[in-house]
Design a protein around this ligand. Sequence first.
Ligand SMILES: Cc1cc2nc3c(=O)[nH]c(=O)nc-3n(C[C@H](O)[C@H](O)[C@H](O)COP(=O)(O)OP(=O)(O)OC[C@H]3O[C@@H](n4cnc5c(N)ncnc54)[C@H](O)[C@@H]3O)c2cc1C
Length: 230
Amino acid sequence: MGNKSLEVSLIGIPSNLLDVIYTACRTCYSADGAVDIFNNVTDDKEKKLSLIKRIISSGHYSTIEHIQLTFAINNISRAATHQLVRHRHMSFSQKSQRYVKEADFDYIVPVAIEKSSELLKKFNAHMEATSKLYTELVEAGIKKEDARSILPNATASSIVCSLNLRELIHLANLRLCTRAQLEIRMAIAKMCALVIEQEPWLTEHLVPKCERLGYCDEDNSCGRKPTKNG
Ligand SMILES: Cc1cc2nc3c(=O)[nH]c(=O)nc-3n(C[C@H](O)[C@H](O)[C@H](O)COP(=O)(O)OP(=O)(O)OC[C@H]3O[C@@H](n4cnc5c(N)ncnc54)[C@H](O)[C@@H]3O)c2cc1C
């Protein structure tokens, strides 16, 4: 039992990502069939990137929906996974609190609380007391699915999530914004960094929405960009 650090792995990304997007782009504007376009795809990476960038910047986003990405995430709070699962174009498989016993559960301490040794002590004591009561409930014959009602939002979870490239860009635009909570912002930043490591051309797209809009549309702006009304 204890505070744990976020771990993110990119466990699925197509090895021919550019070929797939390029084929999708060219299929829209070519007299050739999609099969022939794919079978004769150019080896010239710059040529592929040039077309792909042009098509994306014109808002033709269906072409990047063909790219499926899968991430494995450890040590993320149930609070953050609840925020993550609000995104409706993603698929999830999450550690079950109905099937997995949460005695001695790990948890995520928010950075703001971690900074204060006095508050951290109280936070840890609360987690320990909760763990004790959870164990008591389970040992008294209460099903895990009911005993979990007392578990905190901080409880560490584990999740596999898949999404297409268009949705990753949308996710980044929303959740890299400083209005998003720090924990989910860190998780999405790690997901984006792993994708950018393999596909550096995506750097300009995996950004907070203000970078894309050129202005901030939030009520409470962090000041990174001018607000909508100047
Ligand atoms: C900073 C921040 C604060 C938030 N605070 C709250 C809060 O206080 N309370 C709360 O309940 N939620 C809150 N949310 C969650 C938010 O309301 C959205 O549910 C979440 O961000 C998912 O965004 P989305 O709907 O754009 O994206 P996704 O679900 O990922 O969907 C992507 C896009 O697909 C389209 N789409 C998807 N489903 C539909 C549909 N049914 N009909 C039409 N178009 C659709 C939309 O264009 C949408 O933008 C917050 C989110 C952020 C980033």
